[in-house]
Write a protein of this length. Structure first.
Length: 163
């Protein structure tokens, strides 16, 4: 195995945390489709499959995404982007952005380079997302990612977000 690679898998706790997010996504699609009679649902799915096969339907970026280590200013971008996304999606204020800044500062100052990493997703020279892998315990890691929109469960308030 290439020593630069790490094989990761979710713990039982991680799978349990992911399950409600996955179920919620399925429920949202089911709710959207429920308003259509079954024959229309089948026609919609068939039309979507046909559209996916049309030439030019899928927009392929001219430049692929690049996953790279953070550079100067990238962690500030992560903080800013999270603050803006959570304000837009959930109505959070600057208290949440301050919390993200605290978490980011702790990541930078207490980084264990043997076990923790951050990557910035970039396309055409611009950051478009971030991925953090941080130590959860001696045997587990925590994973956080964000892209064009926030990813993860919404904390109810700042105190809940710290847990």
């Amino acid at each position: 195995m290439d020593r630069r690679q790490s094989h990761l898998s979710l713990t039982q706790t991680g799978r349990a945390a992911f399950a409600p997010l996955d179920a919620c996504s399925r429920d949202e699609i089911a709710t959207l489709l429920a308003s259509l009679p079954e024959p229309d649902q089948r026609r919609l799915v068939a039309a979507m499959e046909q559209a996916e096969r049309l030439p030019g339907f899928v927009v392929t970026p001219k430049v692929p995404y690049l996953l790279r280590p953070p550079a100067a200013g990238d962690i500030g971008w992560v903080i800013s982007r999270h603050g803006a996304l959570y304000a837009q999606e959930y109505g959070f204020d600057q208290d949440f952005e301050a919390l993200i800044a605290e978490i980011a500062a702790k990541f930078i100052t207490e980084l264990d380079p043997r076990r923790e990493r951050c990557w910035i997703a970039e396309r055409e020279g611009e950051p478009v997302g971030s991925v953090f892998l941080v130590k959860g315990s001696e045997r587990t890691a925590k994973f956080a990612a964000a892209a064009g929109r926030a990813v993860g469960a919404r904390p109810r308030n700042r105190r809940a977000a710290r847990r």
